[in-house]
Ligand binder design. Structure first.
Ligand SMILES: [Fe+2]
Length: 405
């Protein structure tokens, strides 16, 4: 019964216990309670992050949180000692595992009582079907296994804020288990297009990919000449993953989108530039295998290959091609992510770029000795001859036209 407004002086006294029940972030509280290091930065070298004993997995681990992760997604790293294994674990959030280093196997207990075991090495990727119990084994006695686990635990834990419900829930999801072949590195290739942008998008449905570095990709020239790509639907999930490749001597077009895309370099070397509309300076992130970062919400980002080989990366985000989940992701899945800003999309075409972008890349390429193969797009001698005053001030971007979101 409310006592507000009574004459009893103690009835209007602050209830300190109640006052503290505000501004709660159950995901963050859970992470802090796990007792492992929490790293927070723009991006991380996941191969070198300090890990600590993680009782939940009976292994080691750390959180690799990023400033641009947004509200829905997060990442943690699991490290399994030589010849070691994790405790069997299950949870009501999705997780995509990218093997950073080491060889081992994963055992998954399916809702029908069967188990699946699959072996993997560096640069493999697998998804755990929702709420299935799983266990990770290091298959060698030589070196630790390190796995990047991109997940949507923030949604799940913040929505229910009941850890028993999230980590000890008897509900099963047999429709998400996937076929036997989906645990053996096989899958199903499909494609779709949308009236917004009729370019065909290739999608591979599976639970496990042996090697993202050699997996077959398909042409996606609209993101830059020579660009190749494939999207994944993993364990019928709401999370999305895709792999893209940048050819030698080239770079991708800039674009922007929702927060939470965890970009992992797979192979090759290069850097990314990021900027908000109105910025005068670029944020630069160098990368090679092991590096992961998340472009913040609506921040332009652009990936540059500077090495003598193709460069690949893996991007994991919320909103799959099957279940876009949020309207911003639906727009991306419909093709807005590779449609020009001037046509209502989110992509910055090469001809609309600030000249500093190509000039910086040419300077970086000079250091690595790799020749530009973009001379047919840019007047490179003219860009290198620009006076200093042409290379300062607000980074130029075209006026966006139409519904960008
Ligand atoms: Fe992106």
């Amino acid at each position: 019964m409310s006592t507000q407004g009574t004459d009893n002086p103690s009835a209007n006294a602050p209830d300190t216990a109640r006052e503290s029940r505000f501004l709660i972030d159950p995901y963050r509280d859970w992470a802090e309670g796990e007792g492992i290091p929490i790293h927070l930065d723009f991006g991380h070298n996941l191969l070198e992050l300090e890990t600590g004993t993680w009782d939940r997995y009976e292994a080691k681990g750390c959180f690799a949180h990023t400033h641009g992760a947004g509200d829905f997604m997060a990442n943690y790293v699991i490290e399994v000692a030589p010849s070691g294994k994790t405790r069997p674990v299950k949870h009501l959030y999705e997780v995509f595992c990218f093997v950073l280093a080491g060889h081992g196997s994963t055992k998954v207990w399916l809702p029908n009582g069967e188990t699946r075991v699959f072996e993997w090495g560096p640069k493999a990727m697998f998804a755990i079907p929702l709420n299935c119990q799983y266990q990770i084994f290091n298959g060698t006695s030589l070196s630790p296994v390190r796995i990047s686990c991109t997940n949507d635990a923030p949604i799940t834990i913040n929505l229910y804020h009941n850890l028993d419900f999230v980590f000890n829930n008897p509900c099963t999801f047999p429709e998400r288990a996937g076929q036997s072949k989906h645990f053996e590195g096989e899958g199903d290739l499909t494609a779709y297009s949308h009236s917004t942008n009729p370019v065909k998008r290739n999608v591979w449905e599976t639970n496990f990919v042996h090697d993202l570095a050699s997996f077959k990709l398909y042409e996606l020239e609209e993101r830059g000449k020579g660009s190749t790509n494939i999207s994944f639907i993993l364990a019928d999930g709401t999370m999305h993953a895709h792999v893209s490749q940048i050819p030698k001597g080239r770079y991708k077009k800039a674009h922007r989108h929702a927060a939470g895309t965890h970009v992992h370099a797979i192979d090759g070397e290069g850097y990314s530039l990021l900027w908000h509309e109105g910025d005068s300076e670029f944020k630069e992130i160098p990368w090679r295998h092991g590096f992961m970062y998340t472009p913040p919400f609506w921040m332009f980002h652009q990936h540059f290959n500077t090495c003598p080989n193709p460069a690949r990366y893996l991007a994991c985000s919320l909103g799959s091609r099957r279940y876009p989940f949020i309207s911003l992701r639906r727009k991306s899945a419909e093709g807005a992510g590779s449609l020009s800003l001037t046509q209502g999309g989110r992509q910055l075409e090469y001809e609309d770029q600030d000249p500093r972008i190509h000039r910086k890349w040419l300077e970086e390429m000079k250091k690595t000795g790799v020749m530009s193969e973009m001379g047919e797009v840019f007047d490179e001698p003219a860009i290198m001859a620009l006076p200093p005053e042409a290379l300062t001030g607000v980074i130029s971007t075209p006026r966006s036209n139409g519904p960008a979101i």
